[in-house]
Design a protein around this ligand. Structure first.
Ligand code: 9RB
Ligand code: ZN
Length: 377
């Protein structure tokens, strides 16, 4: 049993330029430019901590490759792929993948292909039995990207590309995508909305991003009805809300669905110090959520759980959440413990509120529509 790990320095070279927190910088309107919030720092520090803690030595390092155009075409339209390439070919940066919130730096097309290809390589290694599970520490992120548009810092939907690769090339027919990033995994949901062979489950802060997306009634369409699940947790949700969502919605959904592969959109922006959401998870929360997910993967699909890094913007706290996640994925522990644990202990102790309980209950009522066998088209 080994854990695969994908990282590449090029992931840090994806140049998002400047922004003003969420907004595009606009000096003429008095909106001050700052380093873009989706910048390399948090991810660089995650990799450093994985190395410095000694955990890297226990992992199976897997070299990423660039996803081919054919592999991207399983998910994205030709026009969109060409658009990202054209924006990336511009000199001096300033490109955008669609919504005005998805910067494309010079050369970012190749880096986004390296991110999607990193996921493909991990999924392939898991299918071959070279690794049990794995984590790709990639940039740019992917879960907001739809077939035809970049959104919310995301260029290519790496998880979706890996899911289609697993189905078409590796014989892994049923794929479940769990998305615990603080924002709605709208792109992944949209790509598989009519497809009962891919179950998408997104836990997120209600109404955060994209605006008006990820509500509980979004359940899929056509043959895919029942195979999209959303748990829009109120702002301020923390350890209890997320752990209860895992035990009452995510785990039962996975048992009902019985996947051959579980993919995880692994955002750490539901962490308590994150600037882009208002959730309150701690490193201990990520550890426990991961333990639950690893347990299901072991029971249902030979441990095959492959995670893609998504959000997580606190440079000082994201690394400890990621380390806790990866220790648990690898079934090991390092000498490094969350140095903020004492500070955040009170947040994690916050009990479930009635509103959180209602959302989780409503989501759990939708599980009966999932079938163990894919309905024939
Ligand atoms: C919109 C605005 C956002 C807000 C949040 C993210 C987070 C992404 C992430 C990206 C873009 C503003 C739509 C401001 O971490 N995903 O995992 N943009 N928000 N103005 N408008 C119209
Ligand atoms: Zn996010």
């Amino acid at each position: 049993m080994t854990t695969g790990y994908v990282f590449h320095p090029e992931y840090l070279w994806h140049d998002t330029g400047t922004s003003a927190g969420l907004l595009p910088a606009d000096p003429r309107a008095g909106v001050q430019p700052a380093v873009h919030v989706e910048n390399p720092e948090a991810k660089r520090r995650v990799h450093e901590l994985i190395h410095a803690s000694g955990l890297l030595g226990e992992l199976t390092v897997i070299e990423p490759r660039r996803a081919t155009v054919e592999e991207l075409q399983r998910v994205h339209t030709d026009a969109y792929i060409q658009h990202v390439k054209a924006q990336s070919d511009l000199r001096g940066g300033g490109g955008d993948a669609g919504d005005g919130f998805s910067p494309v730096g010079h050369g970012s097309y190749d880096i986004a292909r390296l991110a999607a290809g990193g996921l493909i390589e991990l999924v392939t290694a898991a299918a071959q039995g070279d690794i049990t599970n794995g984590y790709a520490l990639v940039r740019p992120p992917g879960h907001h990207a739809t077939a035809s548009q970049g959104m919310g810092f995301c260029l290519f939907n790496s998880i979706a590309v890996a899911a289609r690769h697993a189905q078409t090339e590796l014989g892994l027919a049923r794929v479940a995508v769990v998305d615990w990033d603080a924002h709605h995994g709208n792109g992944t949901q949209a790509i598989f909305y009519d497809d009962p062979s891919v179950l998408t489950i997104s836990l997120h802060q209600a109404g955060c991003f994209p605006p008006d997306s990820g509500w509980i009634h979004e359940n899929g369409t056509g043959n895919g009805v029942g195979y999209a699940l959303n748990v829009p947790l109120p702002p301020g949700s923390g350890h209890a809300a997320y752990l209860n969502t895992m035990t009452d919605v995510v785990l039962p959904a996975l048992y009902c669905f019985s996947p051959d592969l579980i993919l995880l959109a692994n955002g750490f922006d539901a962490g308590v110090f994150d600037p882009l959401a208002r959730q309150m998870l701690t490193a201990a929360s990520y550890r426990e959520m991961t333990r639950l997910l690893v347990g299901v993967a072991d029971q249902l699909c030979h441990g095959r759980l492959i995670a893609a890094h998504e959000g997580g913007y606190s440079p000082f706290y994201t690394p400890y959440c990621a380390l806790a996640f990866l220790e648990e994925l690898a079934g090991t522990a390092t000498h490094v413990t969350d140095p903020f644990a004492a500070v955040v202990a009170g947040y994690a102790a916050e009990p479930l509120t009635p509103r959180q309980r209602n959302v989780i209950y409503e989501a759990s009522e939708l599980l009966s529509r999932i079938q163990m066998t894919v309905p024939s088209a």
